[in-house]
Design a protein around this ligand. Structure first.
Ligand SMILES: *Cc1c(COP(=O)(O)O)cnc(C)c1O
Length: 431
């Protein structure tokens, strides 16, 4: 299998080269040349086994082919349970059981393992530049922490992540450096993209990306959709529909990949926060990226979703994209209201991102929809304790791994939202 750029100006390349490069040289995003249909999958007990089956076609000609089982076992080392909520056919896909309590742990760990395995032993160290609206940076830092041959530079918008998220970005030390950028997430993303497309810089400082624009983040995320859908199908004989809280559209594109690969997935609906670039477009407006607005679901504060380029690539024009993908925006008032009522209505305490998905589910039920829907729980509520606890009126204890990182000291250095400053920082770190 070859990999192409969404912009069509890059020669077809191998998965190994696409993983290492992050962004395609023409500035586009790598996509597989096809999304191969898998034969019907048995419902496996172990998420790592499903991941291996889903990823195998993409790695058929990779130098990592033989190591895929081992890579999957170490990346998918924690469960992604599909749990029943209070009402019939209301389900929750819990993706927050990893070290940083958000779904990004799975793919970050897979990517870290893959890049390590691809690395020549005598190569100079690679710096992973990662723009984050809160959770990506922590997942990538945890995955690459103390990995030989890698450094991590995290760019996050100062003051726009929760206190616990900020802690989770700045607590690593060693080969991980956190920068709080004087700007919003789109600034951070622009800076990271600019560095990655600066060929002169890359000649001096080997760089790679671990953002959701990286192919090595996208494909591994298809595994948990495949796993949940196969399990649901084995139990009920029906396809499972998903509601995916979305910002940069990475996790949503992964759901689409799993659906296209023929897994028993029905509809996919997307929930955004007040950053409604995508719902507006899907409702018929021109596609118009907006400045980012700060919301309670901050990991979804994205006004210009970068994976939109993949979505465009996979659909033939506006009409077919609009027919296949539905999205709705959920504002902060609705998020607050959903969290407050969730213990009673659903039997859980959701994080603000998960709450956007629950809101869509509630609306579907109010319209009489009786199909099985799984809302994707993207993070553990304890990561957003300052928002969630006052609404539900009790403490939400952090899971063990999160509690451990909260006990470490944390620090981040300031950086202006200006490419020259980042470039200088990267050159200095390599010197
Ligand atoms: C990153 C993140 C999202 C959005 O995921 P995308 O892949 O960017 O759409 C949603 N919720 C949480 C908790 C996140 O960390």
């Amino acid at each position: 299998m070859n990999f192409l750029s969404t912009r069509g100006q890059t020669p077809a390349t191998s998965i190994d080269a696409a993983l290492s490069a992050g962004l395609a040289p023409d500035g586009g995003l790598y996509v597989p040349e096809s999304l191969p249909a898998l034969p019907p999958q048995p419902a496996r007990e172990d998420l790592a086994d499903t991941a291996q089956a889903v990823l195998a076609p993409y790695f058929a000609r990779s130098a990592l082919r033989e190591r895929l089982p081992e890579l999957c076992r170490s990346a998918y080392a924690f469960a992604a349970p599909l749990r029943a909520l209070s009402q019939p056919d209301d389900l929750l896909l819990e993706l927050f059981h990893g070290p940083t309590a958000a779904f990004k742990d799975y793919a970050a760990r897979f990517l870290a393992g893959a890049l390590s395995a691809l690395r020549a032993p005598d190569a100079p160290p690679t710096t992973i530049v990662v723009a984050t609206s809160g959770d990506t940076g922590a997942a990538v830092a945890a995955a690459f922490h103390r990995r030989a041959g890698f450094r991590v530079l995290i760019l996050y918008p100062d003051g726009r992540v929760s206190p616990r998220q900020a802690h989770g970005l700045g607590c690593w030390g060693d080969n991980v450096q956190a920068c709080r950028v004087d700007g919003d997430f789109d600034d951070c993303q622009r800076l990271a993209k600019q560095a990655l497309s600066d060929q002169a810089l890359r000649a001096a400082v080997p760089l790679s990306s671990a953002n959701s624009i990286s192919l090595g983040r996208l494909l591994p995320q298809a595994a948990y959709y495949a796993h949940a859908a196969a399990q649901h199908h084995a139990r009920s004989g029906t396809a499972l529909n998903f509601i995916v809280p979305t910002g940069n559209l990475g996790n949503a594109c992964a759901a689409l990949v799993a659906q296209r690969m023929g897994l028993p997935i029905g509809e996919i609906r997307l929930a955004t926060n007040a950053n409604d670039t995508l719902p507006r477009y899907l409702d018929g407006a021109d596609y118009a990226p907006q400045p980012t607005r700060a919301t309670l679901a901050n990991a979804m504060d994205v006004g210009a979703p970068s994976n939109y380029e993949r979505l465009r690539y996979w659909f033939d024009g506006d009409a077919s994209l609009r027919a296949a993908v539905h999205a709705r925006s959920v504002d902060d008032d609705a998020i607050t209201d959903t969290i407050r009522r969730a213990p009673q209505r659903h039997g859980i305490v959701p994080c603000p991102h998960t709450a956007t998905g629950l809101r869509l589910l509630e609306d579907l039920r109010a319209q009489g929809d009786r199909r099985p829907w799984a809302v994707v729980a993207t993070a553990h509520p304890a990561k957003f304790d300052s928002i969630v606890e006052p609404l539900v009126g009790h403490a939400v204890p952090p899971p063990r791994a999160l509690a451990e990182s909260l006990a470490l000291p944390a620090s981040a250095s300031p950086l202006s939202a200006d490419y020259a400053a980042l470039r200088e920082r990267l050159l200095a770190s390599a010197g």
